[in-house]
Write a protein that binds this ligand. Structure first.
Ligand SMILES: Nc1ncnc2c1ncn2[C@@H]1O[C@H](COP(=O)(O)OP(=O)(O)OP(=O)(O)O)[C@@H](O)[C@H]1O
Ligand SMILES: [Mg+2]
Length: 229
């Protein structure tokens, strides 16, 4: 089976004097996996996810996505790969404030060059899929945190990317909203999407088939055997 993500000896440091966010991470995620990334604040989780998502490049080491080595790719080629393969849900949603849920989700198809009417139609379908048929014309400030997170997920998966990366998708939600987001991720995974999710929530992580723990930029555990029956 082809790995959907292959990181080899990846490091990332920022600024000078350098802060080491990732200190040499080697990790394979196979197609079809559902993986939790856990770790304390500042341990390097978002940095790791951004590198898996090709939003950031490593300081050293290499990254292959769906079998494609990314080191030599130009930014343009990299963004082409990203738009075909990866859906990304950001820690802070990153929705356009002035735009409706429909238009925010339709943004997920901009790279396809599809006409606006088609993008909107597909956005409506994606919003129905995440249970937001009744909020299509609402703007982000008119939505609850859980609803905004659903809009961000709908935007990420509108073109059925094989890989979904989500940075703390339940971070700011009450337990009911966060359960429904987790159910949605399970549905996407059952439909064939490989999913990697950062979480502080040990209960959520324990439900998933694989948990990776990071501390000070290093993988400290990688376990396949804590799945609840
Ligand atoms: N752009 C940046 N410039 C400088 N340092 C950074 C930058 N981004 C992250 N860092 C540092 O790298 C380390 C890892 O940050 P990262 O955002 O990956 O942590 P995290 O595990 O996602 O934390 P949280 O749970 O709080 O979101 C932190 O010490 C952080 O201060
Ligand atoms: Mg983070």
């Amino acid at each position: 089976m082809t790995a959907i993500v292959q990181l080899t000896e990846v490091t990332r440091s920022y600024g000078s004097p350098p802060v080491t966010a990732l200190a040499g991470v080697t990790l394979t995620i196979d197609t079809g996996e559902f993986v939790a990334i856990e770790g304390a604040s500042g341990s390097g989780k978002s940095t790791l996810l951004n590198i898996m998502g090709t939003l950031d490049r490593p300081s050293s080491g290499s990254v292959a996505i769906a079998g494609v080595p990314t080191t030599e790719l130009t930014d343009r080629a990299l963004s082409g790969l990203r738009s075909r393969v990866i859906g990304f849900v950001f820690q802070q949603f990153h929705l356009r404030e002035g735009a409706t849920a429909r238009d925010n989700v339709a943004d997920g198809l901009l790279y396809t060059g599809a006409p606006r009417a088609e993008r909107r139609e597909r956005a409506d379908a994606a919003l129905r899929r995440v249970g937001l048929a009744h909020r299509i014309d609402h703007r982000p400030h008119q939505l609850s945190g859980g609803e905004r997170q659903r809009v961000a997920i709908a935007r990420a998966v509108i073109d059925d990317p094989p890989l979904l990366l989500a940075d703390e998708p339940t971070g700011n939600l009450d337990s009911r909203s966060s359960e429904s987001i987790v159910d949605l991720l399970h549905e996407l995974h059952a439909g064939g999407t490989s999913v990697v999710v950062i979480t502080h929530d040990a209960q959520l992580a324990a439900q998933l088939p694989r948990q990776i723990r990071i501390s000070d930029g290093t993988l400290v555990s990688d376990s396949h055997n804590r799945v609840a029956a």
